[in-house]
Design a protein around this ligand. Sequence first.
Ligand SMILES: *Cc1c(COP(=O)(O)O)cnc(C)c1O
Length: 368
Amino acid sequence: MIKFLDIQKINHTYQSEIQEALNRVADSGWYIQGKEVASFEQAFATYIGTRHCIGCGTGLEALSLIINAAIEIGTLSKGDEILVSANTFIATILAITENGLHPVLIDAKPENGQLNENLLEQAITKKTRALVLVHLYGQCAYSEQIHNICERHNLLLIEDNAQAHGCYFKEQRTGSLGYAAAHSFYPGKNLGALGDGGAITTNDNILAQTIRQIANYGQSKKYFCDFQGRNSRLDEIQAAVLSVKLKYLDKDNNARRHIANYYRQNINNPHIRIPLPPDHQHEHVYHLFPVLCKDRTTLQKYLQQNEIETGIHYPIPPHKQACYAHFKHISLPVTESFHKEELSLPISPVLSIEEARKIVEILNRFPN
Ligand SMILES: *Cc1c(COP(=O)(O)O)cnc(C)c1O
């Protein structure tokens, strides 16, 4: 069986260094907000190219903390409208609604599933204040056009970089392009911890300071609370592990690109469509390798019978979820077609070319 994602094998690659990090933290007697977190935050800020990085509990919390802090600062207000990629994981939308803001869902482009910038301006009203842009599948969703629209309409750009650690837009990393960015270190992400974790990157001093406080009960110093905060912190163990894996992230992403290129060059089946690649290699880190098939269920079953595990990202779009019944009437045809047809092939830094070759060979015979 070829696994969809062999996290055990990925982490085994760095086993001795990870073990050393775990022992170091366990022995230290200091488990929350210590030097491991401080050192990871600094390394990750440098890597992304921002002044600040603030560790937190999860990717969802990272998104939510950005919006929560922006409300406290006064750059966003309850009731504002936020433009957001409709083709995304539910967490992106939850972060907006749990803070009392209105998500305005923007459909995707048929060629790659990323937010369609041509639909942005018609969705802007007097209440529109921000754009939450998702770099889905690990592909950069940003463009000059998005940059210009944000400038023209004074929109805060918030990036959901959960799937795109290490990705570039031109010479800048995604996660450094706007007001702030959210990152997830869920174990299956390109930079994955041994549990939950997340971070915010930003160049804005006030935002960074406010997020730090809100994530730590709203305290400005111990037992002095300026905000009704929460507890959402990256812990020392996860930070120590992430510091180890961050050193290898570019190498791991290159290994993913190598597999992706092999797929692109060799998958050849009229029933299977591959979303278009970006103009530049470095604008995709292949968190996922999606293909589209009208008969996804049969394709997935066929691959399973041939011992190839796949994933679906995702089966139901946020606006068709039971929790958002009031969005049910909205029609977002491209997003809906992606959620109907998308199938994710195995891709990771530890998937071999031999395995990719076997996958392609079987895929090209579908539906035989
Ligand atoms: C994983 C993910 C999140 C949420 O991250 P968690 O750490 O699982 O909370 C948010 N947005 C996108 C696009 C994701 O893939």
